[in-house]
Design a protein around this ligand. Structure first.
Ligand code: MTE
Length: 367
């Protein structure tokens, strides 16, 4: 199969060439549990940094009893290799639908494609922190900041990408420093040579091109923690907002999406198979996916395909017998804590366009 920029699939949807951002066509997205690397979405705020694996070092500092400076070989050889299959989703997934409610300037109009699932391998963050002398009892009120090597420009400043998670999450076994994706070394666009994978959290915390881990008292002061990736009420506006009032995003919310059909598609009357993905955040699992063909008046349960991994998406499928006419397909999911999705998208609108998990609706015509 021919490849395009950054070795992506010919049908990969490039949303921005510079910095490179894009995602797979929805139809291909929901077809396999593991997203092939050439279809895996890319979300980068700056250019991909060139990193020489031989001279690369990871610094571990802050509130640790031993500072570490580790080469890639030391990371690979001195710590146990672990595999974690996890779904990454950008907090901006489905922003396009929010933009149709009210404009959201200066942000990428993601469809349902800012999400993918991979088999990651690397070392546990907690094993590295243990060598630095970080004890689990210390975790209660601390945070762990991840610094990337890529440079970004915002508000007339140039700085490196970064973000943080509570140390308590960082010490959980699923949080890894990954050097492999789908059985290969990380591709440059996905963070070569090392990135964090924080399953259950928004993708922004899975920092690529990782150069530094700092244990500290407060969440990161990086722009992408303190301003971007905060959730505001629907009446807040960029020019008047008090940034401190926004909720710093961490765990993802429950969501589900139709991948098999696109808006205003014409389908043959008769049996149609509606398919898609669902995801529960924070280690919860998808308990149920409801699908409707009449705008949400009546529902049927979709068949679920999950590998019993709480960090993985659930793929789903439902069949409908459609007479000729117009239909609104709708999907909503419920997780194992009985959280479900809001019906009304205007209620989840926010000026940065994050965390849209309203019922997903697709209008089709059967002929
Ligand atoms: N890490 C760095 N260093 N720079 C970035 O721009 N983008 C983040 C995160 N890690 C980013 C980063 C965001 S917003 C997301 S959604 C994920 O990477 C996307 O990971 P992917 O490009 O491998 O899909």
């Amino acid at each position: 199969m021919a490849k395009t920029l950054f070795d992506k699939h010919v049908d990969f949807g490039v949303r921005q060439a510079n910095p490179f951002n894009g995602g797979p066509p929805p139809r291909l997205l929901g077809q396999s549990h593991i997203t092939p690397t050439d279809l895996f979405f890319v979300r980068s705020h700056g250019d991909v940094p060139e990193v020489d694996a031989d001279s690369y070092r990871l610094e571990v500092n802050g509130r640790v009893s031993r500072h570490l400076s580790l080469s890639l070989d030391e990371i690979k050889n001195n710590f146990e290799r672990v595999a974690v299959n996890a779904t990454l989703q950008c907090a901006g997934n489905r922003r396009e639908e929010l933009m149709a409610v009210q404009p959201i300037p200066h942000e990428l109009p993601w469809g349902v494609d800012a999400i993918s699932h991979a088999a990651w391998a690397g070392v546990r963050l907690r094993d590295v922190l243990a060598v630095a002398g970080v004890e689990s009892e210390a975790a209660l009120n601390l945070h762990v900041e991840f610094g990337g090597l890529d440079e970004v420009e915002r508000l007339n400043n140039r700085f490196r990408y970064g973000g943080s998670i509570p140390l308590a999450k960082g010490l959980s076994p699923e949080v890894i420093l990954a050097y492999e994706m789908n059985g290969e070394p990380l591709a440059p666009a996905h963070g070569f040579p090392l990135r964090t994978i924080v399953p259950g959290f928004i993708g922004a915390r899975s920092v690529k091109w990782l150069e530094r881990i700092t244990v500290q008292d407060e969440p990161s002061h990086n722009y992408f923690q303190r301003k971007a990736y905060r959730l505001f009420a629907s009446n807040a506006r960029a020019d008047t907002v008090n940034w401190d009032n926004g909720m710093m995003l961490g765990e993802m919310n429950v969501t589900s999406v139709i991948c098999s059909h696109t808006e205003d598609e014409r389908v043959g009357a008769g049996m149609i198979a509606v398919q898609g993905y669902a995801l529960a955040g924070g280690g919860r699992e998808i308990a149920r996916v409801d699908v409707s063909s009449d705008g949400g008046q009546t529902w049927m349960h979709a068949e679920l395909f999950n590998d019993t991994n709480p960090w993985a998406w659930t793929l789903w499928k439902a069949n409908f017998e459609l007479e000729p006419g117009r239909y609104q397909l709708v999907v909503r999911a419920m997780d194992t804590s009985a959280n479900t999705q809001p019906q009304d998208i205007s209620q989840v609108w926010n000026f940065k366009g994050y965390m849209n998990n309203a019922w997903h609706r697709v209008n089709v015509e059967a002929r």
